[in-house]
Design a protein around this ligand. Structure first.
Ligand code: CA
Length: 667
């Protein structure tokens, strides 16, 4: 499956001993000299003395640089032989500054010239990323770029993450956006539907999220950039050039300046709106195997293999990369550093992070936080298949305590709230399935150790794997699997839409009041449907594009989301930063009622103005009645309504929580 991006399997469970790799090849790779790209001088640099090429290819018998004046379909205007240099590299120089030109490399390996490649460090390319481009990056900077900064993030738990695909956000005619499907879509202010509700960047501001998480935006394979009128859609989990923006999101893929400049303009516009930008990165596999840029520069080296030398496949996409090897580790670390420095990226979401080793991820976090301590790093703490990398070295969810400054998605809370991700009909706590109360509690305490939480009753993980709430991303849905609207439709077959919207409110209220960092996927706030398509990675815009007329149709739900985010922002008690604080300040009530979880956050936790916040979730189909102590309570959420300023006062005593709803009070 070359163009997969499905990430459907959730194999965080520890499997049997992985297949041993080929010992001869491992010894050969380990003996290869390496060259760190910490100074950004690999492959191509321009200075006053001309243009310099340095390719890491330790086994190449010969290598050449081919220079072109156009991005494809033309003969080279020059071919320069490369000479062997230090650290496994080969070099070549041109006395001219070759701005405006394109280049490729080709190497001779085992007596054979391999196909041309733009290399692995191309930072600008022409159409379909075939040839690397030589451009002056300072000419791609928007006005004010030197002073551009993302939002300040004191703690990971202060972030509210909104995952989006460029086409989903803007392609629908109702978006009112001019640059549909482009980076520039989010630079347009004042866009509205016909009825006047805001869309695009204004919508994001109105909602109150702190960060957008953009689905893969580096150059990927599956959309033909030479035929954009075909309007092909793909999530983009099929990497080609890791250090170049995707051309189909630019207004002109043939112009290498356009994709760089336009992505920067998008980031600048979001930063100016106070919103950070998190990039989805997919270093775990490449779109192709023998034809990838990795394979054409250093055959074999960048990938893991089985003993029979076939590609191992923990990505379920045909191959997996080898982060434990020095040059690959250096590639990942310096690639994310490059995006942080050149594009001012505020965070990184690692696809199938457990394919990478723990040590690499720790270096990633350490190096990124040297550049900007506000950068947020999280990933999928699982693989999609078995790997030769030993389980103990994998950046798994269960190993996250060994990774300071890195968070993982909580599939525990995800599956407990709405039902199992792969079984459409399965219900969760918020839709009336009993027996998930303990996993909801695990979600509330962000998978940290708590004296009142029994991890043996958890649905997925059986121990407190997080050492801090800053290591947990809470969500009920993302681009993978059924979106929340469709999951509720599939699991509540005889329900009305009003009942499903009610369940959606309860589900997200659990996410947004839990410790950890909340995450939603675009369109949930307007009750967007993908017509029941659970893996829409290559579905057309008719499935994926968000119909923004839903925003006025479901205005009450949108307001609920907006107020839910405001509630979280106004109460630091929901955003604690240590496991100790959570254990000390959260006290669960022993209700022993199916589909009811009730707890208090005490002691003005994390500097909160409230002495106590009481949160009661009733996922059942009957009202739950309880007694609260006498006092000056203010009710913030009740029976599907929410207002961070307070809905009404309450003096204590008996109170009833209607079916499928949350009650939140403070005093
Ligand atoms: Ca592409």
């Amino acid at each position: 499956m070359a163009f997969c991006g499905l990430n459907l399997l959730n194999l965080s469970a520890v499997s049997a001993a992985p297949a041993a790799p080929n010992a001869t090849d491992e010894a050969r790779y380990a003996a290869m000299p390496t060259y760190s790209n910490k100074n950004n001088d690999l492959e191509m640099t321009v200075d006053n003395n001309g243009t310099h090429f340095r390719l890491w290819s330790p086994e190449a018998e010969n290598a050449q640089v081919l220079i072109y004046t156009s991005d494809r379909n033309s003969a080279p205007v020059d071919t320069i032989d490369m000479v062997r240099s230090s650290g496994g590299t080969l070099t070549a120089d041109s006395p001219k500054q070759l701005y405006g030109h394109f280049y490729t490399f080709r190497i001779k390996h085992n007596g054979k010239w391999l196909a041309e490649t733009p290399g692995v460090w191309a930072k600008a390319t022409g159409t379909n990323g075939e040839r690397a481009a030589i451009i002056d990056f300072r000419l791609t900077d928007p006005i004010g770029w030197n002073d551009d900064k993302g939002p300040k993030l004191e703690n990971y738990t202060d972030a509210v993450v909104y995952e989006m695909h460029h086409r989903d956000m803007s392609m629908h005619p109702s978006s009112g956006i001019v640059h549909k499907g482009k980076f520039l879509a989010l630079t347009e202010h004042g866009t509205t539907t016909e009825s006047g509700t805001s869309t695009g960047i204004d919508h994001l501001k109105e909602l109150g999220i702190t960060h957008v998480h953009i689905l893969p935006s580096f150059d990927y394979n599956s959309v033909d950039e030479s035929n954009l009128p075909a309007n092909k859609y793909n999530w983009g989990y099929d990497p080609v050039n890791y250090n170049t923006p995707e051309g189909s999101y630019s207004t002109d893929p043939a112009n290498p300046m356009a994709r760089v400049a336009e992505m920067k303009r998008m980031i600048k516009a979001l930063h100016d709106a106070g919103i950070g930008v998190i990039m989805d990165v997919v270093y775990n596999h490449t779109a192709t195997n023998d034809d990838s840029n990795f394979s054409l520069t250093a055959p074999g080296y960048y990938y893991r293999h089985r003993a029979d030398r076939s590609y191992s496949d923990a990505s379920a996409c045909g191959n997996e990369t080898a982060s434990e090897r020095e040059q690959m580790r250096d590639f990942i670390v310096n690639s994310v550093k490059y995006w942080a420095n050149e594009y001012h990226i505020d965070g990184f979401r690692f696809d199938l992070m457990a394919i990478h080793d723990i040590e690499t991820m720790n270096i990633v976090a350490e190096e990124l936080h040297k550049i900007n301590p506000n950068i947020i790093i999280y990933g999928e703490g699982w693989t999609a298949g078995d790997s030769p990398l030993p389980v103990g070295q994998r950046a798994l969810k269960e190993n996250v305590a060994k990774m300071d400054g890195i968070a993982v998605f909580s599939d525990d809370i995800r599956d407990a709230v709405k039902g199992h991700f792969s079984d459409a009909a399965d219900r969760g706590f918020a839709t009336g399935k009993p027996g998930l109360e303990e996993t909801i509690k695990i979600g509330i305490v962000a998978s940290t150790a708590h004296p009142q939480v029994d991890y043996s009753k958890g649905n997925n993980s059986k121990f407190a794997y997080a050492s801090s709430p800053e290591q947990i991303i809470n969500y009920v849905s993302c681009h993978d699997d059924l979106c929340l609207t469709d999951k509720l439709a599939a699991s509540m077959p005889n329900s009305t839409e009003a009942e499903r919207i009610r369940a959606a409110k309860l589900a997200q209220t659990i996410v947004f009041t839990s410790q950890g960092t909340p995450f939603i996927t675009a369109g949930e706030e307007v009750f967007r449907s993908k017509q029941g398509v659970h893996n829409s990675y290559c579905s057309p815009d008719s499935i994926n594009a968000i119909d923004w007329t839903l925003k006025s149709k479901n205005a009450e739900l949108f307001d609920y989301y907006r107020n839910l985010i405001a509630l979280r922002k106004s109460h630091p008690a929901f955003r604690m930063t240590s496991a100790e604080d959570i254990a000390k300040n959260i006290r669960f009530d022993n209700t022993n009622i199916q589909n009811v979880v009730s707890y208090s956050i005490l002691n003005n936790a994390n500097g909160d103005s409230s002495k106590e916040i009481k949160v009661i979730f009733n996922g059942g189909d009957k009202p739950y009645t309880t007694r609260l102590k006498k006092g000056n309570w203010k009710i913030l959420a009740e029976d599907g309504n929410i207002d961070p300023e307070g809905l009404r006062d309450f003096n204590g005593g008996s109170i009833s929580i209607p079916p499928c709803s949350a009650l939140i009070l403070t005093r």
